[in-house]
Design a protein around this ligand. Structure first.
Ligand code: ADP
Ligand code: MG
Length: 358
C-alpha cells in the first residue's frame, strides 16, 4: 500500500553532502504493523519524514495506494505522525489536545466532540478528559498524543520511537497497547525503534536498516531464525559466528565442514556460493552441551553465567580459541553440575544455523 521505490536522500551538497538514505525500496502492506529497526543514525527518522512529506526525496518515489505522493504537502497526505516528544499543548485539556488537529482541518463541531470521546475511549483516557496535560503522567501523555494522531483517521500512522522516553514497565504496557490500537483501528502503522526486542514482539514485519540501507525485510521469526548477513545476525539477538567450509548446497540446505573436521547441515539462501569459506551463524539456544568427545565441536568451559530464566555457558573452542556461547533454560532447583574448566562437547540441531551472505 505504501510503495517506497529506490528512495535516496542526500543532505547538503558538494564536500559536505551526506547520503542519509541510499536507494531504499520497500512495500508496506495495508493494515500492517511494520517496523523500521536499526541503530541511531541509520536513517529511520529520515525515511518517516519523507513518507510524511516534511522532506522531499533526492531520488526515487513514494506511492500511497498507487498514487505518487510527490508534490503533496504533509497536511494533504492521509498520514499522521506520533513523535518521541509528545508535543502536547500544556495549557489545554486532554480533550482539547485530542480535538485540536481535527478542528484545524475544519471538521464540524458536532463531529469533533464525537470523535474526541471515541478516541479517548480507545486509549482509555476518558476519565481524564478535562485534566490539563501538564497534570498527567508521561504514559498518559503518550496516550493523548496517540489519540490526537488517530483522530483525523489517517490511513497511515507513523510512530518515531514513541516509547523510548517511558520507563521499562510502562514501555512494556504501551507495547501491548499499541498493538491493540493497531489491530482495533486497522490503520497501517509504520513504527520506528532501535530496540530489537520491541521490534520482534510488536511487528508483523520488520525492515532492518544500517547506514541508510535496508539489510533485510521479513517477519520477526524469519529475521531471527534466518538472518541474511552478519549485521542482522549481530544486531538482533546474540549469535555465534563460526568459519566453515562449504561442501555443497542443494536448494536452501547446505553441507559444511567445521574447523573441528565434523560435518554439519545448515540453511543457506540460494544466493550463497556452494564452495569456499563461509560464516555460519548459530543462536546460543540452538546448541546443547554434551560430554567431552560427543557433538560436533569440543572445548573448555570458561564461564557459567546464571540469569534466572536461563544460564549462559561460554566455551573456548579447541584449536584457535574461538568463543561459543550456549543458552539453556533453567528448571527450578536444577543444577547441571558443570564447572569452569570442564571439558565439553557441543551438539547442534539437525540444521545447525544459517550460512551468512558475505
Ligand atoms: P535515525 O532516526 O535512524 O537515528 P536519522 O534519519 O535521524 O537517523 O539520520 C540519519 C543521518 O542523516 C544521520 O547521520 C543524521 O546526522 C543525518 N541527518 C538527518 N537529518 C539531517 C539534516 N537535516 N541535515 C543533515 N544531516 C541530517
Ligand atoms: Mg530517529
Amino acid at each position: 500500500m505504501i510503495e517506497i521505490q529506490d528512495v535516496t536522500k542526500v543532505f547538503g551538497s558538494g564536500e559536505g553532502a551526506f547520503r542519509a538514505l541510499d536507494e531504499v525500496s520497500v512495500t508496506i502492506r495495508e493494515n500492517e504493523f511494520f517496523t523500521l529497526l536499526g541503530p541511531s543514525g541509520c536513517g529511520k527518522t529520515t525515511l518517516l519524514r519523507l513518507i510524511a512529506g516534511f522532506e522531499g526525496p533526492t531520488g526515487g518515489q513514494i506511492l500511497l495506494g498507487g498514487e505518487d505522493l510527490s508534490g503533496q504537502p504533509p497536511y494533504r497526505r492521509p498520514v499522521n505522525t506520533v513523535f518521541q516528544s509528545y508535543a502536547l499543548f500544556p495549557h489545554m485539556t486532554v480533550a482539547e489536545n485530542v480535538g485540536f488537529g481535527i478542528k484545524m482541518l475544519g471538521r464540524p463541531k458536532s463531529e469533533i466532540s464525537g470523535t474526541v470521546s471515541e478516541m479517548l475511549e480507545l486509549v482509555r483516557m476518558s476519565h481524564l478528559a478535562d485534566r490539563q496535560t501538564s497534570q498527567i503522567s508521561g504514559g498518559q501523555q503518550q496516550r493523548v498524543a496517540l489519540a490526537r494522531a488517530l483522530a483525523p483517521r489517517p490511513k497511515v500512522l507513523l510512530l518515531d520511537e514513541p516509547l523510548s522516553a517511558l520507563d521499562f514497565k510502562l514501555r512494556k504496557e504501551m507495547q501491548l497497547e499499541l498493538k491493540r490500537l493497531q489491530s482495533e483501528t486497522g490503520i497501517t502503522f509504520v513504527f520506528v525503534t532501535h530496540d530489537q526486542e520491541e521490534a520482534l514482539t510488536m511487528s508483523d514485519r520488520v525492515a532492518v536498516m544500517s547506514d541508510g540501507e535496508i539489510r533485510q525485510i521479513g517477519t520477526p521469526r524469519e529475521i531471527y531464525d534466518h538472518p541474511a548477513e552478519r549485521f542482522v545476525a549481530d544486531f538482533i539477538g546474540d549469535t555465534n559466528f563460526l568459519k566453515a567450509e562449504m561442501l555443497g548446497r542443494e536448494g536452501e540446505s547446505a553441507r559444511l565442514r567445521l574447523a573441528s573436521g565434523q560435518e554439519v547441515h545448515a540453511r543457506a539462501s540460494e544466493a550463497t556460493a556452494s564452495s569456499g569459506t563461509v560464516t555460519l551463524a548459530i543462536r546460543p539456544e540452538h546448541a546443547d552441551l554434551a560430554p567431552e568427545g560427543e557433538g560436533v565441536l569440543g572445548g573448555t568451559l570458561e564461564d557459567i553465567v546464571y540469569f534466572g530464566t536461563d544460564t549462559h555457558y561460554h566455551v573456548a573452542l579447541d584449536g584457535g580459541g574461538e568463543r561459543f556461547v550456549l543458552r539453556k533454560q533453567n528448571q527450578p532447583d536444577e543444577d547441571r553440575g558443570y564447572q569452569r574448566g570442564d571439558r565439553v562437547g557441543i551438539r547442534l540441531g539437525r540444521s545447525a544455523g544459517q550460512v551468512l551472505r558475505d
